[in-house]
Design a protein. Structure first.
Length: 394
């Protein structure tokens, strides 16, 4: 098992809060991490996708009260959203008995249902932790500091740890098919699987581009609002990221449309039929795929409540990623896929507009050196470590 960075954060949350929600896409490793924690304390695990475990909760107050002194892990909570009301009463009753922390660990594969239900009933009683695919700091801790394998295969553990590229690719194709045929119908209105797959593929082809719902709608023969609703669902399922434009009071005409990324690079490649690095290296998505990979790795390491955006003006000033950290600092990151890192003129104009506290250019090499007085050339792994250190220092 690869040790996950979220493990310590999850343990700390359980020590201070009655309920903790661990949110992330399917098959990202949430259950594995939860069971690892369950092995260290008295715990009971319920998989709510299993009929026999749902049957145990026919009288949830009775069952959960009998396990009052244990950590109760509720996996795939979206299958029984009515439980949230029960949890509220049990948490409040437990507080009066002095049971104030570590009672419920809730696992969810989508943000929309979990956040809405728990937000209505568990306000002040729950802490949320986002868990994504493996990132470069987690794989490098296992002795692999070369990002190429993680980039090509993506961070879903079964894909990354597959015996070879062919097995990894087959896993990702099956993952896509499972989401389209089984998981999407559980979370949203009936959507034709073929239409959603075509949209997902189109988003992979346009990785990192500004959203143009009308253009996508024309290609799919559906309306622009329908395209937007389908993208909303993929965002809520934590499969797609909408990166918003940076808002500032500079007197420039700023791009207003968000940029769209398929979040996991391995899923991006599988959608495009790219099974290995050789196929990826000759494909037009090469640079945009690297950019999305870097962004996801950086955001997985950024402090909680970090606001991420991009900066682009109609005059050509541009920076790939702007991070407004919860501590008040602003960092800018330009992303280059090669072993040399030479930003365009628009990068320097953007720095003049934003005036960040720190500025970096991430590239595919391993050395770190100053490009200017204000900007460092840096590897992805080292910048991830910088962000993790910032978390610890807050």
């Amino acid at each position: 098992m690869i040790t996950r960075n979220k493990q310590q954060q999850l343990l700390q949350a359980l020590n201070r809060q009655a309920a903790v929600a661990l949110i992330g896409p399917r098959q990202v490793g949430k259950t594995t991490l939860a069971l690892e924690i369950a092995n260290t304390r008295k715990a009971v695990y319920l998989d709510l996708e299993a009929y026999e475990d749902r049957e145990k909760l026919k009288d949830p107050v009775l069952f959960l009260s009998k396990n009052e002194g244990k950590l109760v892990i509720l996996d795939e909570i979206h299958r029984m959203p009515e439980l949230f009301q029960t949890l509220r009463g049990l948490i409040d009753r437990g507080r009066r008995k002095g049971l104030r922390s570590g009672r419920f660990l809730i696992l969810g594969s989508a943000s929309i249902d979990l956040l809405r239900q728990s937000g209505e009933t568990l306000a002040g009683r729950i802490e949320y932790i986002d868990m994504g695919p493996l990132n470069i700091s987690e794989t490098s801790a296992e002795g692999n500091d070369d990002p190429e394998k993680l980039w090509v295969r993506g961070g879903f553990p079964d894909s990354y740890l597959a015996a070879n590229d062919q097995d990894s690719y087959a896993y990702r194709r099956n993952f896509i098919r499972t989401y389209l045929e089984r998981d999407v119908p559980q979370f949203g209105p009936r959507i034709p699987a073929e239409t959603l797959e075509r949209l997902w593929i189109m988003l992979a082809h346009s990785q990192g581009q500004c959203l143009n719902a009308s253009r996508l709608a024309g290609s799919l023969s559906i309306s622009a609002p329908t395209v937007s609703s389908y993208i909303d669902l993929l965002v809520d399922l934590l499969l797609v990221r909408r990166l918003p434009p940076f808002h500032s009071n500079v007197k420039k005409r700023l791009v207003k449309s968000p940029r769209i990324f398929v979040r996991d690079s391995g899923i991006t490649h599988a959608l495009l039929g790219l099974a290995d690095y050789n196929q990826l290296s000759g494909h037009p998505v090469f640079g945009a795929s690297w950019e999305g990979f870097v962004i996801e790795n950086l955001l997985s390491a950024a402090p909680d409540r970090t606001a991420a955006s991009f900066y682009r003006t109609s005059a050509g000033a541009e920076i790939d990623l702007v991070l407004q950290l919860s501590g008040g600092e602003t960092w800018t990151v330009e992303i280059k896929s090669g072993l040399t890192a030479k930003p365009e003129k628009g990068f320097y104009h953007a720095l003049e507009d934003i005036k960040p506290d720190r500025s970096f250019v991430v590239y595919a090499g391993k050395d770190r050196y100053p490009m200017t007085e204000e900007t460092d050339i840096i590897s992805l792994l080292e910048l991830v470590q910088e962000l993790k250190n910032n978390v610890h220092n807050q």
